[in-house]
Design a protein around this ligand. Structure first.
Ligand SMILES: [Zn+2]
Length: 86
């Protein structure tokens, strides 16, 4: 197998590994998955729809939300507050 194909194969193998995740705290409370109670999640950010924010009277909030994705079951929790790494 050539170098190129080994590199491609290594790339696919590293993509296939599920992230372990980290523990987070929001509003002084440790985050655990509402579905499976797992405590390790991966942080991400998602933009909120501006028209939706106005409709919900959330113009005061950031236009982006933090997402915490459970590394066990994949459930995504949304937070307007920034989660702190625990
Ligand atoms: Zn979960």
């Amino acid at each position: 197998m050539g170098r190129f194909f080994r590199a491609v194969k290594a790339g696919f193998e590293s993509m296939g590994e599920a992230p372990v995740g980290d523990r987070f705290v929001v509003a002084g409370k440790a985050v655990s998955c509402a579905h499976c109670a797992h405590v390790r999640v991966v942080e991400g950010r998602a933009l909120l729809n501006t028209a939706g924010m106005s409709f919900l009277n959330l113009d005061w909030a950031n236009r982006s939300a933090a997402t915490l994705t459970c590394t066990a079951c994949g459930r995504i929790e949304w937070f307007l507050a920034d989660p702190e790494e625990a």
